[in-house]
Design a binder for this molecule. Structure first.
Ligand code: AFP
Length: 344
């Protein structure tokens, strides 16, 4: 049986971050997510369903489980000696844990993605991203450490609390997946070096907003339906929609809308970590104009448009290959249209 930490340490020599120190950090994430998984499973019994009545920094209603998941991650990671800064989607300000000399890692997370689905027993998850303090910074301005492009991530991953609890992570050398065995309380290796299928006839989008999507996206959605061989799947929990896309292929998109012109999803806690996982599995992630991992964040809670998934499907949508497949002759590049409309 190979646990996450053991699997990671086995990569010593192949991955410069595969150290005991980093494995200790990872074990903080596995511990926290095991606690969260146990609570999610018993949410109905523990009377921790429902809203707290509080609105978070994102302007969204905070669920009791959101708060619990956030506190659990902060507590479990706060004691890991090598973490300097914790950044949560739920909190307005970063948690500064330690000075630069010791706390060289920064962990950013969405503690409970898809939490508005909790009461309906739909899969939800935790997403995490790990950075190192920026070497260019003088160490005083915390934001220069946090606002790094996604290509600087040391590791990233997510946990899906679904029919089973699954953890997928990358540290820059492939994507590896583990299943939580509740009888022994450990994540056990299920699959190494996962590859996302290059094609997958599944598109995943909240089509209710279609009228307010950029023109290129609307045309793609018309095109995809005209093909007759695509299916539509949308859970409304990014982490679960992404996990399906990783395993089965296809494309997930959340473009800018009238309500959220920059997109709804958060660059640092959602788009960056999933883009890192997608690329490491052979997939692609873009905002319609540029690669997600190249985006220079301007603010901690910045939002972005996101198009993520199988190489061929994303190329089909963005026109990256000149939209050269049959039936797509009229689909102009989404990027050109986004630029024209000033969205994205
Ligand atoms: P919640 O955590 O508030 O449920 O939001 C989830 C989410 O950020 C992401 O997981 C989904 O993909 C997306 O929102 C769904 O948004 P729509 O309800 O607008 O489709």
């Amino acid at each position: 049986m190979t646990t996450v930490e053991r699997h990671f340490l086995d990569r010593k020599g192949r991955n410069p971050h595969a150290t005991e120190e980093f494995s200790w950090l990872l074990s903080g994430i596995t511990l926290a997510t095991k606690i969260i998984a146990a609570y999610v499973q018993r949410a109905g019994l523990l009377e921790i369903m429902g809203a707290t009545g509080r609105i978070n920094v994102q302007g969204e209603e905070v669920q009791k489980l959101d708060e619990f998941a956030n506190q659990t991650l902060v507590r479990c990671l706060g004691y890991r000696g090598n973490i300097g800064i914790l950044v949560s989607e739920e909190d307005e300000e970063p948690h500064q844990i330690q000075e630069a000399e010791t706390g060289k890692y920064i962990v950013l997370f969405d503690p409970l993605d898809g939490s508005s689905n909790i009461n309906a027993n739909v899969s939800i998850g935790t997403i995490f991203s790990i950075l190192q303090r920026s070497p260019e910074s003088d160490g005083r301005d915390v934001m220069t450490h946090i606002l790094q492009p996604g290509c600087n991530q040391v590791a990233a991953g997510y946990v899906v609390y679904g029919s089973s609890t699954v953890l997928a992570y990358t540290a820059g050398d492939g994507v590896h997946m583990f299943t939580l065995d509740p009888s022994i309380g450990a994540y056990i290796l299920a699959q190494e070096n996962i590859r996302m299928p290059e094609q997958g006839r599944i598109y995943s989008v909240n089509e209710a907003y279609c009228q307010t999507f950029p023109e290129g996206i609307q045309k793609y959605l018309e095109w995809v339906k005209a093909q007759g061989n695509y299916s539509s799947r949308y859970i409304g929990s990014l982490v679960a929609d992404f996990h399906r896309t990783l395993i089965r292929g296809g494309v997930f998109l959340y473009p800018g809308t009238k309500k959220a012109p920059q997109g709804k999803l958060r660059l640092l806690y959602e788009a960056n970590p999933l883009a890192f996982v997608a690329e490491q599995a052979g997939g692609v992630a873009t905002d319609g104009r540029q690669r997600i991992l190249d985006k220079q964040p301007q603010a901690m809670h910045e939002r972005t448009a996101l198009i993520i998934g199988s190489k061929d499907e994303v190329a089909q949508l963005t026109g990256a290959n000149g939209g050269n497949r049959e039936g797509n002759q009229n689909l102009r590049s989404v990027s050109a249209l986004l630029l024209k409309s000033g969205r994205g």
